[in-house]
Design a protein around this ligand. Structure first.
Ligand code: UD1
Ligand code: CA
Length: 457
């Protein structure tokens, strides 16, 4: 994509969203609308990208980062004005310009390439990406001449009753030669129902100049713009389906794509099986032969091979091979689990490093802790890592056996192969291979019930 630049229109507020945040920052499939557009542009091989921002400009700029050039459109005077604001930023050797709206997240790189190639290969001044909609209401209509070339685009509100019957619509994506934009954009005027500078008017100006304008028809599924929350939900569904399809094509079994929510870019290895109501979000990477779900949420999680996670939440955590997580485990950020680790029901981990073959099978909180290899942590073990002011660390060395219902008051270290008796509150370090037990001697009062009864009489 040499000498091709992209201009992304993202300055509008999106009134119909009824929102305090700019429309293009609303999220689908885990990413802002405009991010999907930018990804498609980059995937199409375009490196020079100018984003036109206006409403919530700072928020948009902050969200998207420094990889793009930003053109500021202070007043939203229309799509033509938005492109006008971007022109000064185009590099000297840019020849063609792809214009895309920031609110069309379903567009694919393939389609963008098609529009550009159509414009380049036909030698036309512009190629318009169009679609055939059963209900074209609200969209600009494509007016073709008798030879099938595009003659004009008429906005819905400016269209005659006859023009409104046309089902071919303007998707808001175009490939122009830079020269075509430079020749026409200054001649736009706001003489229309909305009083805006329409980019779409450039098309008819080009025809008046005797230039050619062609079109590429894209599937309706790809070209829907997002203007309200209902369209946002519809796009969400389509994008999710696409992500599930991508993983299935790569050898992942998904029992029910309709109830599986996978963010764009999530990686999953072959022969992993995903059960319903599972969410894979952010930068999650899952190895091969894992079993995920039912009912699990993985956010920025990294899993090795053969890991099973069910009814659990895993956040920013590394999990080695053949680990078992859940049901009902909550792995908060910062954990590192080696291979063959078991984290069972009602266990919460936070900033815990757990060595291979160690088990935390039930009802425990392990935080700010290093657990060695082959450790068994009994039910109801709590690392008391917080004194109300500061957090402290617990170290449990290899081979330790922690009896049930133990409190480990940090900072504390339990030496290699030590054993802790059930019900102990451990406040001092435990030397290796020793037994630590902290518990009152059990008292037995024989025939207590009998005595009590007699006393009461
Ligand atoms: C536009 C097209 C219409 C097409 C439709 C496809 C025009 C005049 N009309 O209409 O033919 O069918 O898209 O979705 O172009 N924007 C700016 N600055 C502005 C105005 C808009 O950056 O001053 C941006 C918006 O943020 C948005 C995009 O341009 O991302 C499209 O604007 P929008 O108001 O949604 O245009 P439509 O009326 O939908
Ligand atoms: Ca729109």
């Amino acid at each position: 994509m040499d000498k091709v630049a992209a201009v992304v229109l993202a300055a509008g507020q999106g009134k119909r969203m009824r929102s305090d945040i700019p429309k293009v920052l609303h999220r689908v499939a885990g990413a802002p609308l405009v991010r999907h557009v930018l990804d498609a542009i980059e995937e199409a091989g375009i490196k020079e990208i100018i984003v036109v921002i206006g409403q919530g400009a700072e928020m948009v700029r902050e969200t998207l980062g420094t990889d793009y050039t930003y053109a500021l459109q202070e007043k939203q005077l229309g799509t033509g004005d938005a492109v006008l604001k971007a022109l000064p930023y185009l590099s000297a050797d840019c020849r063609d310009v792809l214009v895309v709206c920031g609110d069309t997240p379903l567009l694919t790189a393939d389609t963008l390439v098609k529009v550009i190639r159509e414009q380049q290969n036909t030698g036309s001044a512009a190629a318009v990406l169009t679609s055939i909609f059963d209900d074209p209401k609200g969209y600009g209509r494509i007016i073709r001449d008798k030879d099938g070339f595009v003659d004009a685009i008429i906005e819905d509100c400016d269209a005659t009753a006859e023009q409104k019957e046309i089902k071919e619509i303007n998707t808001g994506t175009y490939a122009f030669t830079k020269k075509a934009l430079e020749d026409t954009i200054h001649r736009l005027n706001p003489d229309n129902k909305q009083g805006e500078y329409y980019l779409t008017d450039c098309i008819h100006l080009l025809r008046e100049d005797g230039q050619l304008v062609t079109a590429v028809i894209a599937p309706a599924q790809e070209t829907k713009g997002i203007n309200d929350r209902a369209q946002l939900a519809a796009a969400e569904k389509l994008l999710r389906q696409r992500e599930c399809r991508r993983l299935m094509d790569a050898g992942v079994t998904i029992l029910d794509p309709a109830t599986t929510y996978i963010d764009k870019g999530v990686r999953v290895g072959r022969d992993t099986v995903i059960y319903p109501f599972t969410f894979l979000e952010g930068k999650t990477e899952v190895g091969p032969r894992c079993t995920l779900g039912p009912g699990s949420r993985l956010i920025d999680a990294r899993l090795g091979e053969g890991v099973a996670v069910q009814f659990s939440i895993v956040v920013d955590t590394n999990i080695g091979d053949h680990c078992q997580i859940g049901p009902y485990a909550y792995l908060r950020p910062g954990n590192k689990l080696a291979d063959h680790v078991k984290v069972g029901d009602f266990v919460e981990l936070k900033k815990a490093t757990v060595g291979s073959r160690s088990k935390i099978p039930h009802l425990s909180y392990v935080g700010d802790t290093i657990v060695g290899e082959g450790v068994n942590i009994g039910a109801g073990t709590i690392t008391c890592n917080y004194d109300g002011v500061k957090k402290y660390q617990t170290v449990i060395e290899d081979g330790v056996f922690v009896g049930s219902n133990t409190n480990l008051v940090a900072p504390v270290r339990v030496g290699k192969d030590a054993v802790i008796g059930a019900g102990s509150t451990i406040t001092k370090d435990v030397p290796s291979a020793s037994l630590a037990i902290e518990r009152n001697k059990q008292t037995i009062i024989p025939d207590w019930k009998e005595k009590k009864k007699r006393k009461g009489d």
